[in-house]
Design a protein. Structure first.
Length: 277
Protein backbone atom coordinates (compact mmCIF):
# COMPACT_ATOMS: atom_id res chain seq x y z
CA UNK A 1 0.00 0.00 0.00
CA UNK A 2 2.79 2.42 0.96
CA UNK A 3 4.62 1.58 -2.26
CA UNK A 4 1.50 2.30 -4.33
CA UNK A 5 0.96 5.67 -2.62
CA UNK A 6 4.63 6.53 -3.14
CA UNK A 7 4.42 5.69 -6.86
CA UNK A 8 1.25 7.78 -7.25
CA UNK A 9 2.91 10.76 -5.56
CA UNK A 10 6.00 10.40 -7.74
CA UNK A 11 3.86 10.36 -10.89
CA UNK A 12 1.89 13.39 -9.71
CA UNK A 13 5.10 15.31 -9.07
CA UNK A 14 6.45 14.36 -12.53
CA UNK A 15 3.20 15.36 -14.23
CA UNK A 16 3.14 18.67 -12.34
CA UNK A 17 6.72 19.45 -13.37
CA UNK A 18 5.93 18.58 -16.99
CA UNK A 19 2.94 20.93 -16.95
CA UNK A 20 5.03 23.73 -15.45
CA UNK A 21 7.60 23.34 -18.25
CA UNK A 22 5.28 22.63 -21.19
CA UNK A 23 2.45 25.09 -20.44
CA UNK A 24 4.46 28.32 -20.97
CA UNK A 25 5.94 26.95 -24.20
CA UNK A 26 2.46 25.95 -25.39
CA UNK A 27 1.12 29.43 -24.57
CA UNK A 28 3.93 31.11 -26.52
CA UNK A 29 3.51 28.79 -29.51
CA UNK A 30 -0.28 28.95 -29.73
CA UNK A 31 -0.34 32.76 -29.38
CA UNK A 32 2.29 33.14 -32.09
CA UNK A 33 -0.30 31.83 -34.57
CA UNK A 34 -3.06 34.26 -33.54
CA UNK A 35 -3.96 37.71 -34.90
CA UNK A 36 -2.51 40.74 -33.07
CA UNK A 37 -5.51 41.54 -30.85
CA UNK A 38 -6.16 37.92 -29.96
CA UNK A 39 -2.49 37.23 -29.13
CA UNK A 40 -2.40 40.25 -26.79
CA UNK A 41 -4.88 38.47 -24.48
CA UNK A 42 -2.37 35.61 -24.05
CA UNK A 43 -5.02 32.96 -23.56
CA UNK A 44 -4.51 29.21 -23.89
CA UNK A 45 -7.39 28.83 -26.35
CA UNK A 46 -6.77 27.79 -29.94
CA UNK A 47 -6.65 30.61 -32.53
CA UNK A 48 -9.86 31.59 -34.28
CA UNK A 49 -7.65 32.15 -37.35
CA UNK A 50 -4.31 30.42 -37.91
CA UNK A 51 -1.59 32.83 -39.10
CA UNK A 52 1.46 30.77 -40.06
CA UNK A 53 2.73 33.64 -42.20
CA UNK A 54 3.68 35.42 -38.97
CA UNK A 55 6.87 33.36 -38.89
CA UNK A 56 7.92 34.47 -42.38
CA UNK A 57 7.30 38.11 -41.48
CA UNK A 58 9.35 37.78 -38.28
CA UNK A 59 12.27 36.14 -40.11
CA UNK A 60 12.37 39.09 -42.52
CA UNK A 61 11.81 41.92 -40.04
CA UNK A 62 13.81 40.66 -37.05
CA UNK A 63 16.99 39.94 -39.02
CA UNK A 64 16.91 36.41 -37.64
CA UNK A 65 18.92 34.85 -40.47
CA UNK A 66 21.93 37.00 -39.59
CA UNK A 67 21.37 36.36 -35.88
CA UNK A 68 21.09 32.62 -36.55
CA UNK A 69 24.48 32.45 -38.24
CA UNK A 70 26.05 34.57 -35.50
CA UNK A 71 24.66 32.22 -32.83
CA UNK A 72 25.81 29.21 -34.83
CA UNK A 73 29.31 30.71 -35.14
CA UNK A 74 29.57 31.52 -31.42
CA UNK A 75 28.12 28.23 -30.19
CA UNK A 76 29.76 25.97 -32.79
CA UNK A 77 33.31 27.35 -32.62
CA UNK A 78 33.29 27.93 -28.85
CA UNK A 79 32.05 24.48 -27.92
CA UNK A 80 34.27 22.66 -30.43
CA UNK A 81 37.48 24.39 -29.32
CA UNK A 82 36.48 24.55 -25.65
CA UNK A 83 35.38 20.94 -25.19
CA UNK A 84 38.29 19.49 -27.16
CA UNK A 85 40.83 21.64 -25.29
CA UNK A 86 39.25 20.83 -21.93
CA UNK A 87 39.25 17.10 -22.73
CA UNK A 88 42.98 17.16 -23.48
CA UNK A 89 43.75 19.25 -20.40
CA UNK A 90 41.59 17.01 -18.20
CA UNK A 91 43.42 13.94 -19.53
CA UNK A 92 46.78 15.41 -18.49
CA UNK A 93 45.43 16.43 -15.07
CA UNK A 94 43.90 13.00 -14.46
CA UNK A 95 46.92 10.96 -15.54
CA UNK A 96 49.78 13.20 -14.40
CA UNK A 97 48.80 14.18 -10.86
CA UNK A 98 51.69 16.46 -9.99
CA UNK A 99 51.34 19.27 -7.46
CA UNK A 100 51.09 21.89 -10.18
CA UNK A 101 48.40 19.93 -12.06
CA UNK A 102 46.40 19.40 -8.88
CA UNK A 103 46.69 23.11 -8.08
CA UNK A 104 45.56 24.05 -11.60
CA UNK A 105 42.62 21.66 -11.38
CA UNK A 106 41.29 23.08 -8.11
CA UNK A 107 42.03 26.61 -9.28
CA UNK A 108 40.04 26.04 -12.49
CA UNK A 109 37.00 24.47 -10.82
CA UNK A 110 36.75 27.49 -8.53
CA UNK A 111 35.10 29.03 -11.58
CA UNK A 112 32.07 26.83 -10.87
CA UNK A 113 31.36 28.84 -7.73
CA UNK A 114 32.05 32.39 -8.90
CA UNK A 115 30.13 34.31 -11.58
CA UNK A 116 31.86 35.88 -14.57
CA UNK A 117 33.14 39.40 -13.86
CA UNK A 118 32.22 41.16 -17.08
CA UNK A 119 33.97 44.41 -16.12
CA UNK A 120 37.31 42.60 -15.79
CA UNK A 121 36.64 40.55 -18.91
CA UNK A 122 35.92 43.65 -20.99
CA UNK A 123 39.15 45.27 -19.76
CA UNK A 124 41.19 42.19 -20.68
CA UNK A 125 39.64 42.05 -24.16
CA UNK A 126 40.28 45.77 -24.64
CA UNK A 127 43.94 45.24 -23.76
CA UNK A 128 44.28 42.75 -26.61
CA UNK A 129 42.09 44.80 -29.00
CA UNK A 130 39.41 42.09 -28.93
CA UNK A 131 36.58 44.14 -27.44
CA UNK A 132 33.47 44.29 -29.60
CA UNK A 133 34.76 41.55 -31.92
CA UNK A 134 33.53 38.05 -32.70
CA UNK A 135 36.84 36.42 -31.63
CA UNK A 136 36.55 38.26 -28.30
CA UNK A 137 33.04 36.94 -27.73
CA UNK A 138 34.15 33.41 -28.65
CA UNK A 139 37.08 33.61 -26.21
CA UNK A 140 34.68 34.75 -23.48
CA UNK A 141 32.38 31.80 -24.14
CA UNK A 142 35.31 29.34 -24.13
CA UNK A 143 36.59 30.69 -20.81
CA UNK A 144 33.16 30.35 -19.23
CA UNK A 145 32.84 26.64 -20.10
CA UNK A 146 36.30 25.54 -18.88
CA UNK A 147 35.44 24.86 -15.20
CA UNK A 148 32.43 22.63 -15.90
CA UNK A 149 34.09 20.70 -18.73
CA UNK A 150 37.36 20.13 -16.86
CA UNK A 151 35.48 18.97 -13.77
CA UNK A 152 33.18 16.60 -15.67
CA UNK A 153 35.74 15.09 -18.04
CA UNK A 154 38.56 14.70 -15.50
CA UNK A 155 36.30 12.76 -13.14
CA UNK A 156 35.36 10.41 -15.96
CA UNK A 157 38.95 9.88 -17.10
CA UNK A 158 39.92 9.02 -13.51
CA UNK A 159 37.54 6.06 -13.72
CA UNK A 160 39.28 4.62 -16.83
CA UNK A 161 41.90 1.99 -15.85
CA UNK A 162 45.47 3.22 -16.27
CA UNK A 163 46.34 -0.24 -17.62
CA UNK A 164 44.71 0.74 -20.92
CA UNK A 165 47.18 3.59 -21.29
CA UNK A 166 50.10 1.33 -20.43
CA UNK A 167 49.04 -1.30 -22.95
CA UNK A 168 48.67 1.34 -25.66
CA UNK A 169 52.11 2.80 -24.90
CA UNK A 170 53.66 -0.69 -25.10
CA UNK A 171 52.03 -1.05 -28.54
CA UNK A 172 53.79 2.14 -29.65
CA UNK A 173 51.17 4.86 -29.10
CA UNK A 174 52.46 8.38 -28.57
CA UNK A 175 50.63 10.96 -26.39
CA UNK A 176 48.33 12.18 -29.17
CA UNK A 177 47.59 8.66 -30.47
CA UNK A 178 46.90 7.52 -26.92
CA UNK A 179 44.41 10.32 -26.40
CA UNK A 180 42.60 10.27 -29.74
CA UNK A 181 42.64 6.53 -30.49
CA UNK A 182 42.31 5.00 -27.02
CA UNK A 183 40.92 7.44 -24.45
CA UNK A 184 38.73 9.73 -26.59
CA UNK A 185 36.45 6.90 -27.89
CA UNK A 186 35.78 5.89 -24.29
CA UNK A 187 34.95 9.49 -23.42
CA UNK A 188 32.45 9.93 -26.26
CA UNK A 189 29.29 10.09 -24.07
CA UNK A 190 30.90 12.56 -21.67
CA UNK A 191 32.39 14.72 -24.42
CA UNK A 192 29.10 14.83 -26.34
CA UNK A 193 27.25 15.66 -23.12
CA UNK A 194 29.57 18.60 -22.45
CA UNK A 195 29.28 19.72 -26.07
CA UNK A 196 25.47 19.69 -26.08
CA UNK A 197 25.06 21.36 -22.69
CA UNK A 198 27.57 24.08 -23.53
CA UNK A 199 26.12 24.57 -27.03
CA UNK A 200 22.66 25.04 -25.54
CA UNK A 201 23.98 27.39 -22.87
CA UNK A 202 25.87 29.58 -25.36
CA UNK A 203 22.96 29.63 -27.80
CA UNK A 204 20.65 30.85 -25.03
CA UNK A 205 23.17 33.27 -23.50
CA UNK A 206 22.02 36.86 -23.38
CA UNK A 207 24.38 38.67 -21.00
CA UNK A 208 27.70 37.90 -22.71
CA UNK A 209 26.82 39.40 -26.12
CA UNK A 210 24.99 42.23 -24.33
CA UNK A 211 28.18 43.26 -22.49
CA UNK A 212 30.72 42.43 -25.19
CA UNK A 213 29.07 43.71 -28.38
CA UNK A 214 27.62 47.07 -29.33
CA UNK A 215 26.96 46.40 -33.00
CA UNK A 216 23.82 44.74 -34.32
CA UNK A 217 25.99 42.93 -36.90
CA UNK A 218 27.37 40.76 -34.09
CA UNK A 219 24.08 40.11 -32.29
CA UNK A 220 23.10 36.43 -31.84
CA UNK A 221 19.46 35.35 -31.95
CA UNK A 222 18.86 36.14 -28.27
CA UNK A 223 19.90 39.76 -28.81
CA UNK A 224 17.88 39.89 -32.03
CA UNK A 225 14.80 38.88 -30.00
CA UNK A 226 15.55 41.58 -27.42
CA UNK A 227 16.00 44.22 -30.11
CA UNK A 228 12.89 43.09 -31.96
CA UNK A 229 10.84 43.16 -28.74
CA UNK A 230 11.90 46.76 -28.11
CA UNK A 231 10.52 47.76 -31.51
CA UNK A 232 7.33 45.65 -31.35
CA UNK A 233 6.16 45.69 -27.73
CA UNK A 234 2.49 45.59 -28.68
CA UNK A 235 2.85 43.02 -31.46
CA UNK A 236 2.86 39.97 -29.20
CA UNK A 237 2.26 37.44 -31.97
CA UNK A 238 5.51 38.63 -33.60
CA UNK A 239 7.38 38.47 -30.30
CA UNK A 240 6.10 34.95 -29.56
CA UNK A 241 7.02 33.74 -33.05
CA UNK A 242 10.50 35.22 -32.59
CA UNK A 243 10.93 33.33 -29.31
CA UNK A 244 9.84 30.04 -30.88
CA UNK A 245 12.25 30.43 -33.79
CA UNK A 246 15.09 31.10 -31.34
CA UNK A 247 14.27 27.98 -29.30
CA UNK A 248 13.93 25.54 -32.22
CA UNK A 249 17.69 24.99 -32.87
CA UNK A 250 18.34 24.28 -29.18
CA UNK A 251 15.48 21.80 -29.02
CA UNK A 252 16.74 20.01 -32.15
CA UNK A 253 20.29 19.74 -30.74
CA UNK A 254 18.95 18.37 -27.47
CA UNK A 255 16.70 15.80 -29.15
CA UNK A 256 19.58 14.59 -31.31
CA UNK A 257 21.97 14.24 -28.38
CA UNK A 258 19.73 13.30 -25.46
CA UNK A 259 20.84 9.65 -25.49
CA UNK A 260 24.44 10.81 -25.16
CA UNK A 261 23.51 13.10 -22.26
CA UNK A 262 21.98 10.16 -20.39
CA UNK A 263 25.02 8.02 -21.20
CA UNK A 264 27.40 10.75 -20.14
CA UNK A 265 25.67 11.18 -16.80
CA UNK A 266 25.75 7.45 -16.01
CA UNK A 267 28.98 6.29 -17.65
CA UNK A 268 31.21 7.32 -14.76
CA UNK A 269 29.36 5.10 -12.34
CA UNK A 270 29.39 2.20 -14.79
CA UNK A 271 33.15 2.51 -15.28
CA UNK A 272 33.71 2.55 -11.52
CA UNK A 273 31.79 -0.71 -11.17
CA UNK A 274 33.71 -2.31 -14.03
CA UNK A 275 37.04 -1.34 -12.49
CA UNK A 276 36.05 -2.64 -9.05
CA UNK A 277 34.98 -5.96 -10.58
Amino acid sequence: MKKTVSNVLKHLVCISLCIVVILPFYMVFINSLKPKAEAARMSLALPTEWHFETYLEVIEEANLVHGFFNSLTYAGISTTIGVLGCAMAAFVMARNKTKINNFLYYFVICGLFFPINYVTLVKVLQTFNLANTKPGIIIAFISSMIPFCIFTIRNFISSIPVELDEAAIIDGCGPLSLFFKVVAPLMKPTIVTCFILQFMGIWSDFLTPLYLSNSSKMYPMTMAVYQFFGKNKNWWHFVFADIILTCIPVIIVYLIGQKYIIGGMTSGGVKDKEVSI
